[in-house]
Design a binder for this molecule. Structure first.
Ligand SMILES: Nc1ncnc2c1ncn2[C@@H]1O[C@H](COP(=O)(O)OP(=O)(O)OP(=O)(O)O)[C@@H](O)[C@H]1O
Length: 597
């Protein structure tokens, strides 16, 4: 059962409800409670709290300074002017230093928290091939890359900013509420021709005002959560379409598909623009109200205290002090309303992460539910009673028994789309739909080469050693591998960082992948049409390299070409509807399935 809602933000209510805070707490807690950085994180938090408390204390001192300063001005006490100027300067210098450090330490904490969150999310994303199964199960979560690259950073920033803002608000409130309560005693409320004393009148006024403001902000600002959520998604969709063009630039250029691509970009950008426009309009509406509320709040204390001042019951300094204390209490009460815009963005970002985590959990649950293929430890490939299915139904193989010794050469054949690659996926442990058991040497002793080789970002050296090659492999070994697969021309570029997947032809990429076999010397190698882009003599030459240098390596190939037959001594033929035959290459096929005729 998923702890997070996979469609949070879309299907769920966009409210600051208990479910939301519970999910955010689950997201935030592990860093401060369980991570190896927790003590340094808590240390930073303590420093931030100290800086915040110091800032509030300075604020309180400045409010009292107002009282003394304006009273001195009103009573023309020139001798107090310079000492008061000096006092203010010192308070301002300390206040500025505390504020700068509070901001810096908060940002530093954000950065470290983001690093930890990114590492944790990447682990879950890569673990048990969840990234791959997200695509296979096709439940369509948009842009996982953006959630990891951007949303985690925003989450750390918004959370720490909002929490530190809340802390300041609470401390401010604590510091000023008593002062405002005391000051309220000197304010009378004219009502029905008489003057009334209401205990803590200004505190109540600030509270009622802030509640009204918060209510209006929540009602008007609520759509901001949904619009921010969509804005992040649409922005990521647009960026993804541009990245796809870059990845497939040659295909698009050869097809001359620029107009179609442009239409696609325009279409996606229209969505970005339209949503952003709605967001701007909503923000404008929101700003109308919040600006009115915040401006009127400045007048409120003067309005209530003016009659006492003009009646000369209180001095000017009192009026200034009351306005400062009222402003502090009122803005603390109204913290949620004044920061609603940031809260809305925080909600949207958190929803994207809750949704992502919920989806990861769903995929993990599906992996457990769908896959009943037992993985056994072993030194040889041994498949027992393996049945593989397609997600939409349909059986690829049924009750397959397959035992391949090191040094054997097995060719898997069958018509296109029958499930040959899927069988290799299952042996590799990435196809989740099926049951049975598979033993395969692990720890880099098995290497799978797909039809389209994957070349990682980095140098040609990195590409040759991907994924299990030793970093200590000598240049001589790399050079000799390149020469053996017929790529001596690439030797001078071994250390170059180039987009190799774009620069090399498909056949050259397949040869680079083949060189990996020579360098990494696995016990089992699986070639899924891994030489399909090569001419037949080159293909033959590469297969001969395996005989010459890796005679003890078992080779399991998938391919359609008859030239491959000569190299393999055994053949597994997939016949459809779960049927299969296994025998010597030249023997008459014999169906082993219970459905065989
Ligand atoms: N991720 C997936 N989700 C759903 N169906 C899939 C997925 N991957 C493969 N299939 C389906 O599984 C079936 C077998 O695909 P597979 O790639 O194993 O065939 P193949 O025999 O290797 O084909 P070819 O010889 O053309 O490469 C196909 O019908 C394909 O559409």
């Amino acid at each position: 059962m998923s702890q997070y809602s996979a469609d949070a933000g879309l299907g769920s209510r966009q409210r600051f409800d208990r479910r939301f805070f519970a999910d955010v707490w689950r997201l935030a807690k592990p860093y401060f409670r369980e991570s190896e950085e927790r003590w340094s994180a808590i240390g930073l938090l303590v420093l931030i709290v100290v800086a915040t408390v110091g800032g509030v204390y300075i604020n309180l001192r400045i409010t009292n300074w107002y009282n003394t300063f304006y009273n001195a001005l009103q009573t023309y006490q020139a001798d107090k002017f310079w000492p008061l100027m000096g006092e203010f300067s010192i308070l301002a210098i300390i206040g500025i230093a505390l504020s700068v450090y509070q901001t810096y330490l908060t940002q530093f904490l954000d950065l470290r928290w983001r690093r930890w969150l990114t590492g944790t999310f990447l682990t879950r994303y890569l673990n048990a091939r969840t990234y791959y199964h997200m695509e296979v199960f096709k439940r369509g979560q948009d842009n996982p890359d953006q959630r990891i690259a951007d949303d985690l950073s925003s989450f750390a920033q918004y959370t720490s900013n909002l929490v530190s803002g809340l802390l300041s608000a609470i401390l401010n409130l604590t510091a000023f509420i008593g002062l405002l309560w005391v000051l309220s005693a000197k304010v009378v409320v004219p009502w029905g021709g008489a003057e009334h004393h209401i205990p803590g009148f200004l505190v109540w006024a600030a509270l009622i005002y802030a509640v009204a403001w918060t209510w209006v902000a929540a009602v008007i600002g609520n759509p901001l959560i949904r619009l921010n959520y969509h804005q992040q998604r649409l922005q990521a969709d647009f960026r993804f379409s541009l990245v796809r063009l870059r990845e497939n630039s040659e295909g698009v250029a050869l097809y001359g598909g620029e107009a179609k691509e442009r239409a696609q970009f325009d279409h996606r950008f229209d969505h970005v623009f339209g949503n952003y426009r709605r967001l701007l309009l909503m923000q404008k509406r929101f700003n109308w109200f919040t600006t009115y509320f915040s401006q009127f709040a400045i007048l409120l204390p003067y309005l209530v205290a003016a009659s006492a001042y003009f009646a000369k019951a209180v001095p000017l300094g009192f009026l200034m002090q009351i306005s400062s204390a009222f402003g502090n209490v009122q803005s603390s009460f109204a913290y949620f309303a004044t920061s609603y815009d940031s809260f809305a963005q925080w909600h949207a970002v958190s929803d994207r992460l809750r949704g992502f985590l919920g989806y990861i959990e769903e995929v993990e649950a599906m992996q457990r539910k769908e896959s009943h293929v037992e993985r056994r430890a072993g030194d040889v490939l041994d498949v027992q009673k393996l049945t593989l299915r397609l997600p939409a139904g349909g059986t690829i193989v049924e009750n397959l028994d397959l035992h391949v010794e090191p040094g054997e050469r097995l060719l898997v054949t069958g018509r296109s789309g029958i499930g040959k690659s899927t069988l290799l996926r299952a042996i590799a442990g990435i196809w989740p739909f099926g049951e049975g058991s598979i033993a395969l040497p692990d720890g880099g002793r098995s290497l799978f080469l797909p039809q389209k080789p994957y070349l990682p970002l980095g140098s040609l050296r990195d590409a040759l050693l991907y994924p299990n090659g030793s970093v200590k492999t000598s240049d001589d070994a790399l050079v000799s591998a390149l020469e053996r697969v017929g790529l001596p021309g690439l030797v001078p570029y071994l250390g170059d960082l180039q987009p190799w997947a774009h620069m090399l032809s498909l056949g050259e990429q397949q040869r680079v992948a083949f060189a990996r076999i020579l360098l990494q010397q696995p016990t089992y190698v699986f070639l899924d049409e891994a030489t399909s882009a090569l001419d037949e003599p080159t293909e033959l030459a590469l297969y001969r390299l395996l005989d010459e240098f890796l005679p003890r390596t078992a080779v399991v190939s998938v391919g359609h070409r008859s030239t491959l037959f000569a190299f393999h001594s055994r053949r597994l033929q997939l016949l459809g509807e779960g049927r299969w035959t296994d025998g010597a290459m030249d023997a008459e096929p014999e169906s082993k399935s219970q459905y065989a005729t």
